[in-house]
Design a binder for this molecule. Structure first.
Ligand code: FES
Length: 170
């Protein structure tokens, strides 16, 4: 994972390409999120200082749009399509099954950084509804039972990694 110092360097580099104009706030937030995967609190402060506006104003704008995230994505970022076709085909049940299985809510990342969960709009394969995506892999025609099945190898991998970390720290 990127350190705070590295993140600040990335932000400084991005800021270097912009003029100090308030209208650049959203493009700046977007670019920082694209590069870092989320908006760290420190980055919001740095953007506020750069634009010479109160930090609370940057927070206000960032939290208004649900495209912005304030926690890093998990190793296995999981998305549930909630576009019309998927919603009608039971997308909500898939989402609930994932929340139950992963122990996190939409928009959250597990404490160990293993999984994160997000709802997205149509991803363009409505014939396969309802659909979920883990990293780049699309899972078609999902049911709550298939969610459980699909997660098994990922959970296994997470457990193995956690066991290795534990044994190294002994
Ligand atoms: S609505 Fe889910 S893929 Fe189109």
């Amino acid at each position: 994972m990127i350190t705070e110092e590295q993140a600040s360097q990335v932000v400084a580099e991005i800021l270097g390409h912009y003029k100090k104009r308030k209208k650049n706030l959203i493009p700046l937030l977007q670019e920082v999120q694209t590069k870092l995967g989320y908006l760290p609190r420190k980055a919001l402060r740095e953007i506020a200082e750069f634009l010479d506006i109160p930090e609370i104003e940057v927070w206000g704008v960032a939290t208004f749009y649900n495209q912005f995230r304030f926690v890093p994505l998990g190793k296995y970022h999981t998305m549930v399509c909630m576009g019309t076709a998927c919603h009608l085909a039971g997308g909500r049940l898939i989402l609930e099954a994932l929340e139950r299985e992963l122990g996190i809510k939409v928009g959250e990342t597990a404490k160990d950084g293993s999984f994160s969960l997000e709802r997205v709009a149509c991803i363009g394969c409505c014939m396969l509804a309802p659909v979920m995506v883990i990293r780049d892999r699309i899972y078609p025609k999902m049911t709550p039972f298939k969610v459980e099945e699909a997660l098994i190898p990922y959970k296994q991998e997470v457990q193995n990694l956690n066991n290795i970390k534990k044994s190294k720290s002994k």
